[in-house]
Design a protein around this ligand. Structure first.
Ligand SMILES: NC(=O)c1ccc[n+]([C@@H]2O[C@H](COP(=O)([O-])OP(=O)(O)OC[C@H]3O[C@@H](n4cnc5c(N)ncnc54)[C@H](O)[C@@H]3O)[C@@H](O)[C@H]2O)c1
Length: 259
C-alpha cells in the first residue's frame, strides 16, 4: 500500500506505460483518474483496475486542449476530494513527423511539440495550481525519454522530450519551497506498447519476434523495456519513499544512456 488513498491523474492511461502505471498504482492503494484521448481504451483501463479490486474513473482528455487538462485535474478533486500525484505521460511517436529531420514538416513539428511538450506543460500548470490551492505539496511525474537525453535518431521527438526533461528540472527548483516534487522517468525502447504499432489495425497485439529481437538489441543488457518496468520506477517517484528526491530524470533503459 505504497500509495494508500493517494489521488493520481495519469494522462495517456488508456495504453502502454499509462495503463501499466494505473494498474500498478491502484494495486498500491491509489485512486486513479484515467485520462486519455481514446475513451474506449481509458474505459478498459478502469475496468481492469476495478476487476482487480481498485478504484478508478475515466475522463476524456486531449492533453493539447487546456480546458480538458484542467477538467482532468478537477475530476480528481470532484471524485476523490484532492490531487496528490499528476503523471504527465501521454506522448506520440516522432514517426508522425517523418524519419529524416530535413523532411520534417512544420505541421509534424507542431503536432509533436503540442502533444509531447505542450501536454506536459499544461499538466504541470494545472496540477501546481491545484497543489497550491489545496496546500500540503504534491508530486509530479513526467514521462520523458532517453531520446531527450542523448541523440537517438528521431530528432524532433527527442527535442520535445528534451523539453520535458528540462521543464522537470526547472519546475523541481521553482516548486521545491512549496513541497511540490517534479521528476521524470526516461524509458528506453518499449516495443510492446502502442507507441510504434507494427500492425496499426491491431492495437495491443504482440509484434513479431524479429522486431522484438531488434528492440532488445538496442539496450546494452539485451532486454527491451516494458511498460511494467516503467511502472515500478514511476511508483517509486510517485510515492513518499522518494520524498527527498526532485528534479531527477530516471532512465529505465537497460543501460542505454550509460554507454
Ligand atoms: N514506447 C517507447 O519506445 C517509448 C520510449 C520512450 C518514451 N516513451 C514515452 O512513453 C509515453 C507513453 O507511451 P507508450 O509507449 O505507453 O505509448 P502508447 O501509445 O501505448 O500510449 C500512449 C497513450 O497516450 C494517449 N494519447 C496520445 N495522444 C494523446 C493526447 N493528445 N491526449 C491524451 N492522450 C493521448 C494514447 O491514446 C495512448 O493511450 C509517451 O510519452 C512516450 O513518448 C515511449
Amino acid at each position: 500500500m505504497r500509495l494508500l488513498d493517494k489521488v493520481v491523474v495519469i494522462t495517456g492511461a488508456g495504453s502502454g506505460v499509462g495503463r501499466a502505471c494505473a494498474l500498478r498504482f491502484a494495486q498500491e492503494g491509489a485512486r486513479i483518474v484515467v485520462a486519455d484521448v481514446k475513451d474506449d481504451w481509458a474505459a478498459e483501463t478502469v475496468r481492469l483496475i476495478e476487476a482487480a479490486g481498485g478504484s478508478a474513473t475515466a475522463v476524456h482528455c486531449d492533453v493539447t486542449v487546456e480546458a480538458e487538462v484542467e477538467a482532468a485535474v478537477q475530476a480528481a478533486v470532484d471524485t476523490y476530494g484532492r490531487l496528490d500525484v499528476m503523471f504527465n505521460n501521454a506522448g506520440i511517436t516522432g514517426m508522425v513527423a517523418g524519419p529524416v529531420f530535413e523532411e520534417t514538416t512544420l505541421e509534424g513539428w507542431q503536432t509533436l511539440t503540442t502533444v509531447n511538450f505542450g501536454g506536459v506543460f499544461l499538466g504541470c500548470k494545472h496540477a501546481i495550481r491545484q497543489f497550491k490551492a489545496q496546500g500540503g505539496g504534491g508530486t509530479i511525474v513526467n514521462t520523458g525519454s532517453i531520446a531527450g537525453m542523448v541523440g537517438f535518431g528521431s530528432v524532433v521527438y527527442g527535442a520535445t522530450k528534451g523539453a520535458v526533461n528540462q521543464i522537470t528540472k526547472g519546475l523541481a527548483v521553482e516548486c521545491a519551497p512549496h513541497d511540490i516534487r517534479v521528476n521524470a522517468i526516461c524509458p528506453g525502447t518499449m516495443p510492446l506498447t502502442n507507441f510504434i504499432m507494427v500492425d496499426p489495425a491491431n492495437p495491443f497485439s504482440k509484434p513479431p519476434d524479429d522486431y522484438l529481437d531488434m528492440a532488445a538489441g538496442l539496450q546494452p543488457n539485451g532486454r527491451y523495456v516494458t511498460a511494467e518496468d516503467c511502472a515500478e520506477a514511476a511508483l517509486f517517484l510517485a510515492s513518499d519513499e522518494s520524498r527527498n528526491i526532485t528534479g531527477v530524470l530516471l532512465p529505465v533503459d537497460g543501460g542505454y544512456v550509460a554507454r
